[in-house]
Design a protein around this ligand. Structure first.
Ligand code: AMP
Length: 398
Protein backbone atom coordinates (compact mmCIF):
# COMPACT_ATOMS: atom_id res chain seq x y z
CA UNK A 1 0.00 0.00 0.00
CA UNK A 2 1.31 3.42 -0.92
CA UNK A 3 1.39 6.05 1.80
CA UNK A 4 2.40 9.71 1.74
CA UNK A 5 5.62 8.63 3.49
CA UNK A 6 6.73 7.08 0.19
CA UNK A 7 7.14 10.51 -1.41
CA UNK A 8 9.72 11.98 1.00
CA UNK A 9 7.60 15.05 1.49
CA UNK A 10 8.66 17.95 3.70
CA UNK A 11 7.77 17.86 7.39
CA UNK A 12 5.39 20.77 6.91
CA UNK A 13 3.49 18.94 4.17
CA UNK A 14 3.34 15.75 6.23
CA UNK A 15 1.98 17.73 9.17
CA UNK A 16 -0.67 19.37 6.98
CA UNK A 17 -1.72 16.02 5.52
CA UNK A 18 -2.13 14.72 9.06
CA UNK A 19 -4.19 17.77 10.05
CA UNK A 20 -6.36 17.32 6.98
CA UNK A 21 -6.77 13.64 7.92
CA UNK A 22 -5.51 12.56 4.49
CA UNK A 23 -4.23 9.19 5.69
CA UNK A 24 -3.32 7.75 2.30
CA UNK A 25 -3.18 9.08 -1.25
CA UNK A 26 -6.29 8.73 -3.42
CA UNK A 27 -5.86 6.93 -6.74
CA UNK A 28 -5.24 10.11 -8.74
CA UNK A 29 -2.70 11.23 -6.14
CA UNK A 30 -0.96 7.87 -6.13
CA UNK A 31 -0.65 8.00 -9.90
CA UNK A 32 0.22 11.68 -10.32
CA UNK A 33 2.44 12.67 -7.39
CA UNK A 34 5.50 10.49 -8.21
CA UNK A 35 5.42 11.53 -11.88
CA UNK A 36 5.08 15.20 -11.02
CA UNK A 37 7.83 15.02 -8.39
CA UNK A 38 9.98 13.52 -11.13
CA UNK A 39 9.55 16.71 -13.20
CA UNK A 40 7.39 15.07 -15.88
CA UNK A 41 4.33 16.46 -17.62
CA UNK A 42 0.99 14.84 -16.85
CA UNK A 43 -2.21 14.52 -18.84
CA UNK A 44 -4.79 13.29 -16.37
CA UNK A 45 -8.44 12.45 -16.67
CA UNK A 46 -9.88 13.04 -13.26
CA UNK A 47 -13.15 14.28 -11.89
CA UNK A 48 -13.72 16.66 -9.07
CA UNK A 49 -14.06 14.48 -6.01
CA UNK A 50 -11.08 12.32 -6.92
CA UNK A 51 -8.62 14.37 -4.89
CA UNK A 52 -7.08 15.96 -8.01
CA UNK A 53 -6.42 19.32 -6.33
CA UNK A 54 -4.00 17.82 -3.84
CA UNK A 55 -2.59 15.62 -6.63
CA UNK A 56 -1.04 18.73 -8.20
CA UNK A 57 -0.69 20.95 -5.13
CA UNK A 58 1.35 18.46 -3.11
CA UNK A 59 4.12 18.18 -5.76
CA UNK A 60 4.02 21.93 -6.37
CA UNK A 61 4.43 22.80 -2.69
CA UNK A 62 7.12 20.17 -2.26
CA UNK A 63 9.01 21.60 -5.24
CA UNK A 64 8.72 25.14 -3.92
CA UNK A 65 10.11 23.92 -0.59
CA UNK A 66 13.06 22.16 -2.26
CA UNK A 67 13.74 24.63 -5.06
CA UNK A 68 12.84 28.23 -4.20
CA UNK A 69 12.99 29.22 -7.87
CA UNK A 70 9.78 27.23 -8.46
CA UNK A 71 6.71 29.29 -9.26
CA UNK A 72 3.35 27.73 -10.03
CA UNK A 73 0.37 29.04 -11.94
CA UNK A 74 -2.94 27.21 -11.84
CA UNK A 75 -5.58 28.06 -14.42
CA UNK A 76 -9.14 27.20 -13.45
CA UNK A 77 -12.46 27.88 -15.20
CA UNK A 78 -14.38 29.59 -12.38
CA UNK A 79 -13.82 31.96 -9.50
CA UNK A 80 -15.37 29.49 -7.07
CA UNK A 81 -12.91 26.82 -8.08
CA UNK A 82 -10.04 29.32 -7.72
CA UNK A 83 -11.09 29.98 -4.13
CA UNK A 84 -11.45 26.30 -3.41
CA UNK A 85 -8.00 25.49 -4.82
CA UNK A 86 -6.51 28.40 -2.85
CA UNK A 87 -8.13 27.08 0.34
CA UNK A 88 -6.67 23.61 -0.26
CA UNK A 89 -3.29 25.22 -1.01
CA UNK A 90 -3.35 27.17 2.24
CA UNK A 91 -4.21 24.11 4.31
CA UNK A 92 -1.55 22.02 2.56
CA UNK A 93 1.31 24.48 2.84
CA UNK A 94 0.38 25.06 6.48
CA UNK A 95 -0.69 28.38 7.96
CA UNK A 96 2.80 29.21 9.24
CA UNK A 97 4.54 28.63 5.92
CA UNK A 98 5.79 31.70 4.05
CA UNK A 99 4.70 30.40 0.64
CA UNK A 100 2.45 33.11 -0.75
CA UNK A 101 -0.67 32.08 -2.66
CA UNK A 102 -2.64 34.67 -4.64
CA UNK A 103 -5.95 34.43 -6.44
CA UNK A 104 -6.35 36.38 -9.64
CA UNK A 105 -10.00 36.26 -10.64
CA UNK A 106 -12.58 38.49 -12.25
CA UNK A 107 -15.24 40.24 -10.19
CA UNK A 108 -12.77 41.19 -7.45
CA UNK A 109 -10.73 44.39 -7.03
CA UNK A 110 -8.03 44.66 -9.65
CA UNK A 111 -5.98 47.02 -7.48
CA UNK A 112 -5.86 44.56 -4.60
CA UNK A 113 -4.68 41.85 -6.96
CA UNK A 114 -1.99 44.12 -8.40
CA UNK A 115 -0.79 44.84 -4.83
CA UNK A 116 -0.71 41.11 -4.07
CA UNK A 117 1.20 40.36 -7.27
CA UNK A 118 3.88 42.87 -6.30
CA UNK A 119 4.70 40.59 -3.36
CA UNK A 120 5.90 37.90 -5.84
CA UNK A 121 3.58 35.06 -4.86
CA UNK A 122 4.89 31.55 -5.37
CA UNK A 123 1.51 30.25 -6.43
CA UNK A 124 -1.04 32.07 -8.55
CA UNK A 125 -4.49 30.60 -9.01
CA UNK A 126 -6.62 32.36 -11.56
CA UNK A 127 -9.28 32.46 -14.21
CA UNK A 128 -8.07 33.07 -17.78
CA UNK A 129 -9.83 36.41 -18.35
CA UNK A 130 -8.37 38.26 -15.37
CA UNK A 131 -4.91 36.74 -15.83
CA UNK A 132 -4.87 38.03 -19.39
CA UNK A 133 -6.04 41.46 -18.23
CA UNK A 134 -3.14 41.67 -15.81
CA UNK A 135 -0.66 40.38 -18.37
CA UNK A 136 -1.75 43.03 -20.86
CA UNK A 137 -1.47 45.74 -18.21
CA UNK A 138 2.00 44.38 -17.42
CA UNK A 139 0.99 44.03 -13.78
CA UNK A 140 1.82 40.36 -14.01
CA UNK A 141 4.91 38.68 -15.37
CA UNK A 142 4.94 34.92 -15.82
CA UNK A 143 8.52 34.59 -16.99
CA UNK A 144 9.53 32.72 -13.82
CA UNK A 145 6.49 30.47 -13.67
CA UNK A 146 7.92 27.06 -14.43
CA UNK A 147 5.04 24.92 -13.11
CA UNK A 148 1.68 25.15 -14.86
CA UNK A 149 -1.58 23.42 -14.03
CA UNK A 150 -4.57 23.49 -16.35
CA UNK A 151 -7.39 22.37 -14.08
CA UNK A 152 -10.76 21.31 -15.50
CA UNK A 153 -9.33 21.99 -18.93
CA UNK A 154 -12.40 20.65 -20.75
CA UNK A 155 -14.57 23.04 -18.79
CA UNK A 156 -12.28 25.95 -19.68
CA UNK A 157 -12.65 25.11 -23.36
CA UNK A 158 -16.42 24.61 -23.02
CA UNK A 159 -16.62 28.07 -21.50
CA UNK A 160 -14.87 29.56 -24.51
CA UNK A 161 -11.51 30.22 -22.81
CA UNK A 162 -9.42 28.48 -25.48
CA UNK A 163 -7.96 31.69 -26.95
CA UNK A 164 -7.38 33.19 -23.53
CA UNK A 165 -5.57 30.06 -22.31
CA UNK A 166 -3.36 29.95 -25.40
CA UNK A 167 -2.51 33.64 -24.99
CA UNK A 168 -1.45 33.04 -21.39
CA UNK A 169 0.71 30.08 -22.38
CA UNK A 170 2.73 32.35 -24.65
CA UNK A 171 3.84 34.34 -21.60
CA UNK A 172 5.18 31.27 -19.82
CA UNK A 173 8.73 29.97 -20.17
CA UNK A 174 9.14 27.05 -22.60
CA UNK A 175 11.17 25.20 -19.99
CA UNK A 176 8.50 24.31 -17.51
CA UNK A 177 6.46 21.45 -16.19
CA UNK A 178 2.80 21.23 -17.21
CA UNK A 179 0.00 19.21 -15.62
CA UNK A 180 -3.35 19.08 -17.38
CA UNK A 181 -6.42 17.76 -15.57
CA UNK A 182 -9.66 17.24 -17.37
CA UNK A 183 -12.84 15.28 -16.61
CA UNK A 184 -12.98 14.19 -20.24
CA UNK A 185 -10.28 14.10 -22.92
CA UNK A 186 -11.99 15.12 -26.16
CA UNK A 187 -9.99 15.89 -29.33
CA UNK A 188 -9.63 19.58 -28.41
CA UNK A 189 -7.89 18.61 -25.18
CA UNK A 190 -5.65 16.16 -27.04
CA UNK A 191 -4.67 18.96 -29.45
CA UNK A 192 -3.97 21.33 -26.57
CA UNK A 193 -1.92 18.67 -24.85
CA UNK A 194 0.13 17.93 -28.01
CA UNK A 195 0.84 21.61 -28.41
CA UNK A 196 1.81 22.50 -24.88
CA UNK A 197 2.81 19.37 -22.96
CA UNK A 198 6.09 17.54 -23.44
CA UNK A 199 5.83 13.73 -23.58
CA UNK A 200 3.12 13.75 -20.93
CA UNK A 201 2.45 10.70 -18.79
CA UNK A 202 -1.15 9.69 -19.26
CA UNK A 203 -2.98 9.20 -15.97
CA UNK A 204 -6.46 7.81 -15.83
CA UNK A 205 -8.66 7.31 -12.84
CA UNK A 206 -11.68 5.23 -13.48
CA UNK A 207 -12.26 4.22 -9.89
CA UNK A 208 -13.48 7.63 -8.89
CA UNK A 209 -16.03 8.04 -11.60
CA UNK A 210 -18.77 9.91 -9.77
CA UNK A 211 -21.32 7.37 -10.94
CA UNK A 212 -19.56 4.74 -8.91
CA UNK A 213 -20.44 6.40 -5.65
CA UNK A 214 -23.85 5.75 -4.29
CA UNK A 215 -26.07 8.16 -6.09
CA UNK A 216 -29.68 7.19 -6.48
CA UNK A 217 -31.08 8.80 -9.56
CA UNK A 218 -34.77 9.44 -9.92
CA UNK A 219 -36.70 10.70 -12.87
CA UNK A 220 -39.98 12.53 -12.48
CA UNK A 221 -41.98 12.72 -15.65
CA UNK A 222 -43.83 16.00 -15.46
CA UNK A 223 -44.92 19.06 -17.41
CA UNK A 224 -43.62 22.64 -17.32
CA UNK A 225 -46.85 23.68 -15.56
CA UNK A 226 -46.65 21.04 -12.86
CA UNK A 227 -42.92 21.24 -12.22
CA UNK A 228 -43.07 23.85 -9.50
CA UNK A 229 -45.59 21.94 -7.41
CA UNK A 230 -43.56 18.79 -7.84
CA UNK A 231 -40.54 20.71 -6.60
CA UNK A 232 -42.37 21.80 -3.45
CA UNK A 233 -43.29 18.17 -2.88
CA UNK A 234 -39.67 17.11 -3.23
CA UNK A 235 -38.42 19.86 -0.92
CA UNK A 236 -40.88 19.05 1.81
CA UNK A 237 -40.39 15.32 1.50
CA UNK A 238 -36.60 15.44 1.85
CA UNK A 239 -34.21 15.97 4.74
CA UNK A 240 -30.88 17.65 4.34
CA UNK A 241 -29.48 20.18 1.94
CA UNK A 242 -30.67 20.47 -1.63
CA UNK A 243 -28.95 21.89 -4.68
CA UNK A 244 -31.44 22.81 -7.41
CA UNK A 245 -30.20 23.36 -10.94
CA UNK A 246 -32.04 25.67 -13.31
CA UNK A 247 -31.27 26.74 -16.85
CA UNK A 248 -30.61 30.47 -16.59
CA UNK A 249 -29.44 33.15 -14.16
CA UNK A 250 -32.85 34.79 -14.36
CA UNK A 251 -34.57 31.55 -13.40
CA UNK A 252 -32.46 31.15 -10.23
CA UNK A 253 -33.77 34.47 -8.91
CA UNK A 254 -37.28 33.83 -10.15
CA UNK A 255 -37.46 30.44 -8.44
CA UNK A 256 -35.98 31.89 -5.26
CA UNK A 257 -38.76 34.52 -5.16
CA UNK A 258 -41.44 31.99 -5.88
CA UNK A 259 -40.21 29.67 -3.13
CA UNK A 260 -40.11 32.61 -0.73
CA UNK A 261 -43.79 33.22 -1.39
CA UNK A 262 -44.31 29.65 -0.24
CA UNK A 263 -42.24 30.28 2.92
CA UNK A 264 -39.26 28.30 1.61
CA UNK A 265 -36.01 30.19 2.12
CA UNK A 266 -33.27 29.62 -0.43
CA UNK A 267 -30.09 31.06 -1.92
CA UNK A 268 -29.40 31.77 -5.58
CA UNK A 269 -25.97 31.35 -7.20
CA UNK A 270 -25.18 32.54 -10.71
CA UNK A 271 -22.60 34.37 -12.74
CA UNK A 272 -24.21 37.83 -12.50
CA UNK A 273 -23.62 38.05 -8.76
CA UNK A 274 -20.64 40.05 -7.61
CA UNK A 275 -17.78 37.94 -6.34
CA UNK A 276 -18.34 38.91 -2.69
CA UNK A 277 -21.94 37.89 -2.91
CA UNK A 278 -21.04 34.60 -4.60
CA UNK A 279 -18.56 33.79 -1.85
CA UNK A 280 -21.11 34.66 0.81
CA UNK A 281 -23.78 32.50 -0.82
CA UNK A 282 -21.44 29.52 -0.87
CA UNK A 283 -20.33 30.13 2.73
CA UNK A 284 -23.95 30.42 3.94
CA UNK A 285 -24.83 27.20 2.20
CA UNK A 286 -21.72 25.45 3.50
CA UNK A 287 -22.53 26.54 7.03
CA UNK A 288 -26.07 25.22 6.56
CA UNK A 289 -27.61 28.64 7.19
CA UNK A 290 -29.82 27.78 4.24
CA UNK A 291 -30.92 24.37 3.17
CA UNK A 292 -31.58 25.16 -0.45
CA UNK A 293 -29.25 26.52 -3.10
CA UNK A 294 -30.57 27.29 -6.58
CA UNK A 295 -27.81 27.46 -9.16
CA UNK A 296 -26.97 27.58 -12.82
CA UNK A 297 -24.35 25.21 -14.19
CA UNK A 298 -21.61 27.50 -12.97
CA UNK A 299 -22.01 25.63 -9.68
CA UNK A 300 -22.08 22.19 -11.22
CA UNK A 301 -18.34 21.72 -11.43
CA UNK A 302 -15.64 22.16 -8.93
CA UNK A 303 -17.66 23.08 -5.90
CA UNK A 304 -16.76 20.91 -2.96
CA UNK A 305 -19.60 21.31 -0.53
CA UNK A 306 -19.51 18.06 1.39
CA UNK A 307 -22.98 18.11 2.88
CA UNK A 308 -25.25 18.13 -0.18
CA UNK A 309 -27.66 15.24 0.14
CA UNK A 310 -29.88 15.99 -2.84
CA UNK A 311 -29.46 17.41 -6.29
CA UNK A 312 -32.62 18.37 -8.14
CA UNK A 313 -32.42 18.98 -11.85
CA UNK A 314 -35.36 21.36 -12.16
CA UNK A 315 -34.24 22.11 -15.70
CA UNK A 316 -32.14 19.84 -17.86
CA UNK A 317 -28.56 20.97 -18.47
CA UNK A 318 -27.73 22.47 -21.85
CA UNK A 319 -24.73 20.19 -22.29
CA UNK A 320 -25.39 16.49 -21.48
CA UNK A 321 -22.02 16.03 -19.72
CA UNK A 322 -23.08 18.65 -17.19
CA UNK A 323 -25.61 16.16 -15.86
CA UNK A 324 -22.78 14.02 -14.53
CA UNK A 325 -21.09 17.04 -13.01
CA UNK A 326 -24.34 18.19 -11.44
CA UNK A 327 -25.13 14.91 -9.77
CA UNK A 328 -21.48 14.64 -8.74
CA UNK A 329 -22.20 17.48 -6.28
CA UNK A 330 -23.93 14.93 -4.07
CA UNK A 331 -22.50 11.77 -2.53
CA UNK A 332 -19.05 13.33 -2.11
CA UNK A 333 -16.23 11.33 -0.60
CA UNK A 334 -18.07 8.05 -0.64
CA UNK A 335 -21.27 9.18 1.07
CA UNK A 336 -24.76 8.53 -0.24
CA UNK A 337 -26.78 11.02 -2.24
CA UNK A 338 -29.81 11.40 -4.40
CA UNK A 339 -30.38 13.10 -7.70
CA UNK A 340 -33.85 13.89 -9.01
CA UNK A 341 -34.52 15.04 -12.55
CA UNK A 342 -37.70 16.64 -13.76
CA UNK A 343 -38.33 15.62 -17.32
CA UNK A 344 -41.08 17.51 -19.11
CA UNK A 345 -41.98 16.79 -22.75
CA UNK A 346 -39.70 19.61 -23.80
CA UNK A 347 -36.76 17.95 -21.97
CA UNK A 348 -37.39 14.51 -23.39
CA UNK A 349 -34.84 14.84 -26.20
CA UNK A 350 -32.04 16.00 -23.89
CA UNK A 351 -32.92 13.31 -21.35
CA UNK A 352 -32.54 10.64 -24.05
CA UNK A 353 -29.06 11.97 -24.85
CA UNK A 354 -28.17 11.95 -21.15
CA UNK A 355 -29.42 8.39 -20.79
CA UNK A 356 -27.19 7.36 -23.68
CA UNK A 357 -24.24 9.09 -22.04
CA UNK A 358 -24.98 7.32 -18.76
CA UNK A 359 -25.16 4.02 -20.57
CA UNK A 360 -21.71 4.66 -22.00
CA UNK A 361 -20.26 5.44 -18.56
CA UNK A 362 -22.15 2.64 -16.87
CA UNK A 363 -20.18 -0.33 -15.76
CA UNK A 364 -21.11 -3.48 -13.94
CA UNK A 365 -19.94 -2.73 -10.43
CA UNK A 366 -21.33 0.74 -10.09
CA UNK A 367 -24.19 1.28 -7.72
CA UNK A 368 -26.59 3.09 -9.95
CA UNK A 369 -30.28 2.85 -9.43
CA UNK A 370 -32.75 4.65 -11.53
CA UNK A 371 -36.29 4.90 -10.37
CA UNK A 372 -39.00 6.09 -12.69
CA UNK A 373 -41.78 7.79 -10.84
CA UNK A 374 -45.29 7.40 -12.10
CA UNK A 375 -47.32 10.48 -12.88
CA UNK A 376 -49.50 11.36 -9.95
CA UNK A 377 -53.22 12.11 -10.36
CA UNK A 378 -53.90 15.77 -10.87
CA UNK A 379 -54.64 17.82 -7.77
CA UNK A 380 -55.88 21.35 -7.48
CA UNK A 381 -52.70 23.47 -7.76
CA UNK A 382 -53.64 26.04 -5.15
CA UNK A 383 -54.82 23.45 -2.65
CA UNK A 384 -51.60 21.58 -3.17
CA UNK A 385 -49.47 24.71 -2.83
CA UNK A 386 -51.14 25.53 0.51
CA UNK A 387 -50.67 21.99 1.73
CA UNK A 388 -46.99 22.09 0.74
CA UNK A 389 -46.39 25.44 2.44
CA UNK A 390 -47.89 24.12 5.65
CA UNK A 391 -45.86 20.94 5.41
CA UNK A 392 -42.65 22.87 4.81
CA UNK A 393 -43.41 25.28 7.64
CA UNK A 394 -43.95 22.37 10.01
CA UNK A 395 -40.84 20.57 8.79
CA UNK A 396 -38.64 23.65 9.21
CA UNK A 397 -39.98 24.13 12.77
CA UNK A 398 -38.83 20.66 13.78
P1 AMP B 1 -10.93 17.31 -5.14
O1 AMP B 1 -11.21 16.26 -6.17
O2 AMP B 1 -9.55 17.81 -5.20
O3 AMP B 1 -11.97 18.40 -5.19
O4 AMP B 1 -11.05 16.63 -3.69
C1 AMP B 1 -12.25 16.05 -3.26
C2 AMP B 1 -12.30 15.83 -1.77
O5 AMP B 1 -11.39 14.82 -1.38
C3 AMP B 1 -11.95 17.07 -0.96
O6 AMP B 1 -12.93 17.22 0.05
C4 AMP B 1 -10.61 16.73 -0.33
O7 AMP B 1 -10.47 17.33 0.94
C5 AMP B 1 -10.68 15.22 -0.22
N1 AMP B 1 -9.34 14.56 -0.32
C6 AMP B 1 -8.35 14.83 -1.19
N2 AMP B 1 -7.30 14.00 -1.00
C7 AMP B 1 -7.64 13.18 0.01
C8 AMP B 1 -6.97 12.10 0.67
N3 AMP B 1 -5.75 11.70 0.32
N4 AMP B 1 -7.62 11.50 1.69
C9 AMP B 1 -8.86 11.90 2.05
N5 AMP B 1 -9.55 12.90 1.48
C10 AMP B 1 -8.95 13.54 0.46
Amino acid sequence: MTTFLDYNLSNDLMKSLKNLKFHKPTEIQEKTIPIALNHNDVLASAETGSGKTAAYLIPLIQKITLAPNTYGIILVPTRELAKQVADVGISLKGYKSKILITQVVGGASLNNQVTQLKKSPKIIIGTPGRINDLLLRKSLSLKNFNFLVLDEADRMLDMGFEDQVEKILRFLPKKRQTLLFSATIPDRIKTLSKKYLISPHRVEVKENNVLKTQITQKVIQTTQEKKYDELLDEITGRHGSILIFVRTKYLTEKLKKRLKQDTVKSLALHGDLRQNRRNRVIEDFKKSKYRILIATDIASRGLDIPHIEHVINYDMPQVPEDYIHRIGRTARAGSIGEAVSFVSPRDAKMWKIIEKLLDKTKNPDKKFTEEKIEKKPKENRFKKRRRNSRKYYKASKK
